[in-house]
Design a protein around this ligand. Structure first.
Ligand SMILES: [Fe+2]
Ligand SMILES: [Fe+2]
Length: 307
């Protein structure tokens, strides 16, 4: 796992000012959804960071201690910092996000998620800890499971992002139509690292609790219960659309949400031979080909602007 850095040129070219162009890819709805998801990513990165503090307390000096968990959280902290600039800009009329007891940055449209999930979960972990429960507490187990499920979801999103926009020469076409290459770059950088660390949270959960995260039954349950994530994506996308002054319907967003039943296979753990070779291929392509290509286009645009 590498800690990549988003170059300053990318933020300069993102135009977090009156010239900001939200159309980072040719489809308007997908462009807005990508920006909505930027808020969900940041929100859950801070949640992961909060859970990592309990991980440190509960897992240090046990046979389950795994240094890769810290590398995963380090990548997430940097993602949150990179997205924060974009997210703050898009929400400039509603600043600042509030600092809650268990989360440092809650935007209004995420408050419901904070109150219904984050707060009771972390309160539960603390109550369990008072009763002497750590790893064996239900709330901590739920937290690790939620992280593993969320990381799987982001990994699936990364697969479709690279398959549909970058691989097999598509990047040239998409880059030529993108009206904000810097946002395209930010998402590419982020999704590359998401694929790279996806297996960590899944293995953490499976090793500690001796249970396969994704089996026929859990996938069945998950796909029958996909409203929560869909609602969060719709909410965040509607927020962005309104801030950007774009009229969009829930139907338009719904029609672009992924078919989640088809996307996760039983036994998925991102370390199995099939997933690993896909991930290695895409991450290498990002590092060696796609990232340098996008960065050179961004630098070229900056030079043209300066001329
Ligand atoms: Fe992330
Ligand atoms: Fe992640």
């Amino acid at each position: 796992m590498k800690l990549r850095k988003v170059p300053n040129e990318v933020f300069s070219m993102m135009d977090l000012n009156a010239k900001f162009n939200y159309r980072w890819m040719p489809d308007t709805t997908f462009s807005l959804m990508g920006l909505g998801i930027s808020y969900l990513l940041e929100f859950f990165e801070f949640y992961g960071d909060a859970i990592s503090k309990y991980y440190d307390r509960f897992i240090k000096n046990t046979p389950y201690e795994d240094s890769r968990f810290h590398d995963f959280i380090s990548q997430e902290r940097r993602h949150a910092a990179a997205h924060k600039r974009l997210n703050m800009f898009m929400a400039k009329n509603h600043l600042p996000p509030t600092r809650e007891k268990y989360h440092p940055r809650v935007y209004d449209f995420m408050y419901m998620t904070y109150k219904t999930f984050v707060e009771p979960n972390i309160q539960g972990i603390e109550a369990d800890e008072k009763d002497g429960k750590t790893l064996d507490g239900d709330s901590f187990r739920e937290a690790l499971k939620t992280l593993a499920v969320f990381e799987t979801e982001v990994c699936m999103a990364a697969f479709s992002f690279f398959d549909n926009l970058f691989d097999k020469g598509k990047i040239e076409h998409i880059a030529s139509l993108s009206e904000n290459l810097a946002v395209l770059y930010l998402l590419g950088y982020h999704y590359a690292e998401e694929m790279e660390h996806c297996h960590v949270s899944i293995e953490t959960y499976e090793n500690i609790y001796g249970e396969t995260l994704w089996n026929e039954k859990s996938i069945e349950q998950y796909s029958g219960n996909n409203d929560i994530l869909s609602h969060r994506i719709i909410n965040a996308t509607l927020f962005v659309a309104r801030e950007m002054g774009v009229e969009i319907t829930v139907k338009q967003i719904n029609s672009r949400l992924p078919d989640r039943k088809r996307s996760i296979r039983p036994g998925f753990n991102a370390k199995s031979a099939r997933e690993k070779s896909k991930i290695d291929y895409l991450v290498n392509k990002w590092d060696l080909e796609w990232e340098p290509l996008l960065l050179s286009k961004i630098k070229q645009q900056l030079q043209e602007r300066a001329a």
